[in-house]
Design a protein around this ligand. Structure first.
Ligand code: FMN
Length: 314
């Protein structure tokens, strides 16, 4: 069975990646994901120009009954140069295409990091995380359609390497139409959907308190509780985006059938975040073999045979 996938000229022998922010902050963690026999590659922690310690702990929490996770990490990362050094060192030693995620805290920080990437010999894929603050008092960039249009216009004026965007979930059909209309104006290599479902709240029944410290307990949700939202976003974007914009499906994957569903809805590659936190590296082998079993039962030999073939009811 062939489980390989492509984005542009990049080939992935396995369709699974870690989701940005999970097991990818330090070189030791990145090595583990990159070196695993069942990953297509690694996505590095979203970088800011300088290193950041992130928010005070507890800043990540696993909800009971396998519902999923809530976090407000505050972008802890080792800084742009650290990830640039890591990627440049590894890219000569691996044929897995490395993803460089950037998350500037301002428009100008994003453009500055894109300039550095353009001028470097980094030869992987760049993911611009648009689920980040933009201007105080304004929503995150991807919920500000004007800001999204403007950063992409400025970026593509000089950026010539393969570039994709990481999007938050959208919940309104008009918003799917609006974001797709913007994205379709640009030669994007891929769109990654979804980032965490923003600003959930969980309560500890023993203490009647919130479960994470930053933002009075508000945090991004991941895992099974966001699965239907991720599936809807992949499907809504696949049916609206130009066919040469590939899709990375992220959100709620804990088993092979979840990955199968995302691919059926249009995903080219699939990322695992919360469940990688919960289960660790063995998740990749397990989910891949479960995906292969679903495909075998349906007599599929490769992912293209069923990708984006989800049907509506008559
Ligand atoms: C602890 C943690 C840290 C995260 N950090 C980032 C990040 O730095 N950049 C990013 O684009 N997404 C980040 N995410 C979001 C994930 O990449 C993913 O989009 C989201 O969790 C949904 O996938 P899941 O349901 O498999 O967890 C983070 C998620 C978690 C749980």
């Amino acid at each position: 069975m062939d489980l390989s996938a492509t984005i542009g000229n990049f080939k992935f022998e396995h369709p699974f990646l870690n989701a940005a922010g999970v097991m990818c902050q330090t070189a030791a963690e990145l090595d583990q994901v990159l070196g695993d026999d069942y990953t297509g590659s690694v996505v590095m922690k979203s970088a800011t120009p300088s290193p950041r310690p992130g928010n005070p702990s507890p800043r990540y929490y696993e909800l009971p009954s396998g519902l999923g996770t809530i976090n407000s990490m505050g972008l802890p990362n080792e800084g742009f140069d650290y990830y640039m050094d890591y990627a440049r060192q590894k890219q000569t030693k691996t044929n897995k295409p490395i993803f460089f995620s950037i998350a500037g805290l301002t428009h100008d920080e994003n453009l500055a990091m894109l300039h550095q990437l353009q001028d470097s010999d980094f030869d992987g894929l760049v993911e611009l995380n648009l689920s980040c603050p933009n201007v105080p008092g304004k929503p995150q960039t991807a919920y500000d359609f004007e800001a999204t249009q403007s950063i992409l216009t400025e970026a593509f004026a000089f950026f010539k390497k393969p570039l994709g965007v990481k999007l938050p979930p959208y919940f309104d059909i008009v918003h799917f139409d609006m974001i797709a209309k913007i994205l379709n104006q640009f030669p994007l290599a891929f769109v990654n959907t979804i980032n965490s479902v923003g600003n959930g709240l969980a309560i500890d029944p023993d203490t009647d308190t919130v479960v994470i410290k930053p933002k009075h307990g508000f945090g991004g949700l991941g895992g099974p509780m966001v699965k239907a939202t991720a599936l809807a976003n992949v499907n809504a974007l696949r049916t609206r985006l130009n066919p040469d914009i590939k899709i990375i499906g992220t959100g709620g994957v804990t088993k092979g059938r979840d990955a199968y569903n995302l691919i059926l809805a249009g995903a080219d590659l699939v990322e695992i975040g919360s469940q990688l936190m919960v289960e660790g590296l063995p998740v990749f082998q397990r989910v891949e073999s479960e995906l292969a079993a679903v495909m075998q039962a349906k007599n599929y030999q490769n992912l293209t045979e069923f990708r984006a073939s989800l049907k509506a009811l008559d």
